[in-house]
Write a protein that binds this ligand. Structure first.
Ligand code: SF4
Ligand code: FE
Length: 486
């Protein structure tokens, strides 16, 4: 396994072509806006080095038996699925942000089973190719960016019907030695902190869309790949050098627009090319795994937000007020409900044909549907407890100013035994999680990440077996022939 420092060094040797606010960045690792997101992924390596987290963060490889980072693991049991969610909660607690590495973990678990089933039905040889990549990924302890979401253009049209044929990523040329692809993937979590990109189709495809039914992996800095870094609310505060004003100066997440401008992919790296009928299976499984993931990561971040709200209440001298206690209880209740769903869909998992364990799809979709709602309520309650000072207080520069600093120290103090600076730090953390850079990961990503709410409702409708429930009702009501009470 890589150490945290080796991980950082490995990124330095890559040559990403990335634009941040209109400028080409030479050294993404040390860029003040990007670096906190790198620190979050680095934590997935650092915790794996820590003996107290060994069982959660590392696991024997199902391919080689060697101990590997769990982010590179193929789930072999429901216990593995449960440990994945627990690991994600831990990392959410340690970073208070999106730590990005889960997308690749969910992508490899998806492709492991889907390529197996494709080969069994179609006689292709994708599974063995994929396992060769997997073995290297595990040995090298790579971070992999799972790239699914296309830009999609007009949502009422299929990929092949779009006015611009590149709005979904597609194969533009098939050669003897490989394929050439063009298109873009949007909202790519952790793309610049990844060694490889694993591309997958984003929706179910028809025969006419065969060129768009493509899955492959390539180096994240491959020739022809270009990144445009996503803006986040308050991101330029990171350029000001104030740890207080940023709220969480060490950690963060990032998303980028990933453009494939005629990128060559050798056949060895291709796992789907035209098998459109398997596109929906791949999308559903990936979405299911990532919807499970949110029952861990968002809960860990929620733990930090609840802790911050409790501290804000203490610093204000209101921690014994019954309505504050009740609001904190409500936040905990909502957060643990999310965790319960993450654990439940894992505990109810089952093996696929290849032996790789898959979560219970209905419960995973229920998990994510709750995630589209509860973090908003948790954030609302945190803002309620924090008070308006969270968005009206002065900057760190004012606090440090020789003339006005003493006024801030004096007038913005809450309880007398807590330094004003601590109060400002906690309020800025709440601001960061609810309105600032981390709100991308905690709020909007809770809504749209791993699929928007309607996507889960479609899956819930599909998985729920309403006919069986009607049958149950008929039996109880005495209108079921099978009940013998006709
Ligand atoms: Fe991992 Fe959560 Fe970020 Fe997805 S949103 S990559 S599950 S931390
Ligand atoms: Fe996500």
């Amino acid at each position: 396994m890589k150490t945290a420092q080796e991980y950082e060094n490995s990124l330095r040797s890559m040559s990403f072509k990335v634009f941040v606010q209109g400028e080409l960045v030479k050294n993404p690792v040390d860029h003040p806006i990007i670096r906190p997101s790198m620190n979050s992924v680095k934590m997935t390596y650092a915790l794996a080095e820590d003996p107290q987290y060994e069982d959660l963060m590392t696991v024997p490889s199902s391919l080689t038996g060697e101990r590997i980072n769990r982010f590179c693991h193929i789930h072999q049991s429901t216990e593995d699925l449960i440990n994945k969610v627990k690991m994600q909660r831990l990392l959410g607690q340690k970073t208070a942000s999106c730590f990005q590495r889960c997308v690749g973990m969910d992508a490899i678990n998806t492709l492991e089973s889907v390529t197996f089933e494709m080969d069994a039905q179609l006689g292709t040889d994708y599974h063995q190719r994929f396992r060769r990549f997997l073995q290297r990924m595990q040995q090298e302890d790579w971070t992999v960016d799972g790239a699914m979401t296309d830009t999609k253009g007009d949502r009422s049209l299929s990929p092949s019907e779009q006015a611009d044929p590149d709005l979904y990523l597609r194969v533009v040329e098939k050669r003897k030695d490989g394929i050439v692809v063009r298109g873009a993937k949007a909202h790519q979590t952790g793309a610049l902190n990844s060694h490889w990109v694993l591309v997958m189709p984003t929706i179910a495809m028809k025969k006419e869309d065969a060129d768009y039914a493509v899955s492959f992996y390539c180096p994240a800095d491959a020739e022809g790949i270009l990144y445009v870094y996503g803006r986040q609310s308050c991101d330029t505060r990171k350029l000001e050098g104030s740890s207080i004003d940023v709220g969480n100066s060490q950690f963060g997440g990032h998303e980028a627009l990933l453009v494939f401008d005629n990128v060559f992919i050798p056949w060895e790296n291709v796992y789907m090319c035209g098998e459109y009928a398997f596109s929906s299976l791949l999308v559903e499984r990936f979405a299911g795994y990532h919807r499970q993931s949110y029952g861990g990561c968002k809960v860990g971040v929620g733990d930090v937000l609840i802790g911050a709200a409790a501290l804000a209440a203490e610093y204000n001298g209101v921690s014994r007020a019954s309505h504050i206690k009740d609001k904190l209880i409500e936040m905990i209740h909502l957060n643990e409900t999310l965790f319960s769903c993450g654990i439940a869909c894992s505990a109810q998992g089952a093996p696929t044909e290849s032996g790789t364990y898959l979560i219970d799809m209905l419960l995973a979709n229920v998990c994510k549907q709750n995630v589209t709602r509860f973090p908003y309520e948790i954030a609302r309650l945190a803002e309620d407890i924090a008070g308006g000072l969270m968005v009206t207080m002065p900057s760190e520069k004012d606090l440090r100013h020789p003339q006005i600093g003493p006024y801030i120290e004096k007038y913005l103090r809450g309880v007398s035994n807590v330094p004003t600076e601590n109060r400002l730090r906690i309020l800025r953390l709440i601001e960061n999680l609810t309105l600032g850079t981390a709100a991308v990961g905690y709020r909007t990503e809770s809504m749209h990440g791993a699929g928007s709410p309607q996507a889960q409702r479609i899956m819930i409708a599909r998985q729920a077996d309403l006919e069986q429930k009607k049958e149950l009702a008929r039996c109880i009501a005495g209108i079921c022939p099978a009940s013998g009470i006709d």
